[in-house]
Design a protein around this ligand. Structure first.
Ligand code: 2RA
Length: 340
């Protein structure tokens, strides 16, 4: 006995990971449908040892289905998520469309699992942005102990956050550097991404920050604590998968680095790798395919009374997207939905 589950956007980076993770975590699935837009129709995707043929999102009837994991852009979400939710299927949405809607819970299960209970207001639960998800997993246990007042974060975000086109652009530009007969002009990114870094993700806001930076502020407040002040600089780096973050926190109470390390070692979803020696920290390549949010380089910030620095790395397609969505489905299944 399990659930009837739909994955919307099943041919994209995140949709494929959703199918992998549902199978890896043995989510109780009675029936599964993999949906795609018309241009990807017929594409086959894997679900454990099964192969699924994608069905047409535009023609799909969500009636009788329990949970739909959405991994499509805001435009398609706007059109189809209300249809699914209206048909009684709970939507877990990876786009930014509903994240800031007060009637839609924004959930990272290690931080605010109880918020899932608010799903019934619209039959929709929002999944946060990748850069926020991993950061709040690391911050939550420290906030519980010492009350975080302010966060200064710089991100090093992989190209997979920009989808398959972003990955292709890094691959093609890198090859072109070794074989200069073919020049690959920037298309998905604003400047060359191969052998470069770009301090610009998503659109610019009026105050000079970018939307990606704004999301880290707004989402941390909604998920963790409205009182926390956050300032972010988000940077795209030539890494395929895995977002990294240098995080500085200022707390109300003093928190010793040793105690912070012990707290993080016990925290759900966190893996501490923090040997103070060459290589004694995690880099994005090592986190690919993993479920954990890794924390390294935990150390006191001696420039303020109550400050700590951390290095935080996670697989952005997993904790930053697909894994978090499946974890929300797990909480929903345990606490809210009846098995079919
Ligand atoms: C990025 N945050 O890395 C986005 C993906 N959700 O571009």
């Amino acid at each position: 006995m399990g659930y009837k589950v739909v994955v919307v956007g099943a041919t994209g980076n995140v949709g494929r990971e959703m199918l992998n993770i549902l199978a890896e975590r043995e989510f109780p699935v009675d029936e599964i449908a993999a949906l795609a837009s018309r241009k990807s129709l017929g594409t086959e995707v894997s679900f454990g040892d099964r192969t699924l043929k994608t069905k047409d999102l535009a023609q799909f009837d969500f009636t009788g289905w329990d949970i739909a994991l959405f991994a499509v852009g805001s435009e398609a979400t706007k059109e189809y998520a209300p249809k699914a939710a209206g048909a009684g299927c709970v939507v877990i949405d990876n786009s930014s469309l509903y994240r800031y809607d007060p009637d839609v819970p924004l959930v990272v299960p290690e931080v605010n699992a109880d918020a899932v209970l608010g799903y019934s207001r619209k039959n929709i639960i929002a999944n946060p942005n990748c850069s926020t998800a991993q950061m709040v997993v690391a911050l939550k246990p420290l906030h519980d102990r010492a009350r975080i007042k302010r966060v200064v974060v710089s991100t090093y975000q992989s190209v997979s956050g920009a989808g398959k086109e972003g990955m292709d652009e890094l691959w093609d530009q890198t090859k072109a550097i070794y074989n200069p007969v073919t020049e690959v002009a920037p298309k998905k990114f604003q400047k060359q991404i191969a052998f470069n870094v770009i301090p610009h993700i998503d659109v610019f806001m009026e105050d000079g920050s970018t939307k990606e930076e704004w999301k880290m502020v707004a989402e941390t407040k909604k998920i963790l604590d409205t009182k926390i002040k956050v300032t972010a600089t988000c940077v795209r780096v030539p890494v395929f998968v895995g977002h990294s973050e240098a995080i500085n926190i200022e707390t109300e109470d003093f928190l010793d680095e040793e105690e912070a390390r012990d707290i993080l070692r016990e925290a759900p979803g966190v893996m501490v790798v923090d040997k103070r020696e060459p290589g004694g920290y995690v880099t994005p390549i090592e986190c690919v395919g993993d479920f954990a949010t890794f924390v390294s380089r935990i150390r006191q910030d001696s420039t303020i009374d109550n400050g700590l620095n951390l290095w935080c790395v996670s697989d952005n397609l997993r904790k930053g997207a697909a894994l978090n969505a499946v974890q929300i489905a797990e909480v929903l299944g345990q606490r809210c939905l009846k098995k079919g």
